[in-house]
Design a protein. Structure first.
Length: 131
């Protein structure tokens, strides 16, 4: 899901670019998807990635905050850290996180991560940030 809000190249004002990296499975690591953040760094002043497991250093000129979109507390804490260190103004949010099950079996993680995780993030952004 991409939520473009006020997307402009290299904003003149200090706005933060928050991005959520893809998580196609429970063992996928954020450092396997550095390209998204790297492509954004040349266009925006700051790029911050939310990821449940942020084990490796981020690409140059980027920052990572460990956030589990399956947890209200984790999303709230991640947004608190974002505001404390980077302010509450966000130029745009890219949120491709989702749970995929290719076995065809119903899985509660789909509802928790894909549906409710998106709701948690959007609600948190509305309540705590200027998007």
């Amino acid at each position: 899901m991409v939520v473009p809000v006020n997307v402009t190249p290299k904003p003149q004002h200090k706005r933060t670019q928050a991005t959520k990296t893809p998580k196609p499975g429970p063992k996928t690591r954020f450092d396997e998807y550095p390209g998204l953040m790297q492509r954004l760094t040349g266009k925006y002043g700051q790029v911050i990635g939310f990821d449940q497991h942020a084990p490796a250093p981020p690409p140059p000129d980027c920052m990572r905050i460990a956030v589990d979109v399956g947890s209200d507390e984790s999303v709230t804490e991640g947004l608190r850290m974002l505001r404390a260190h980077h302010g509450s103004k966000i130029a745009s949010v890219i949120h491709p996180a989702a749970y995929y099950d290719f076995l065809g079996e119903p899985n509660p993680k789909y509802e928790d991560i894909t549906v409710q995780g998106t709701n948690r993030l959007l609600r948190g952004l509305q309540d705590n940030c200027e998007v």
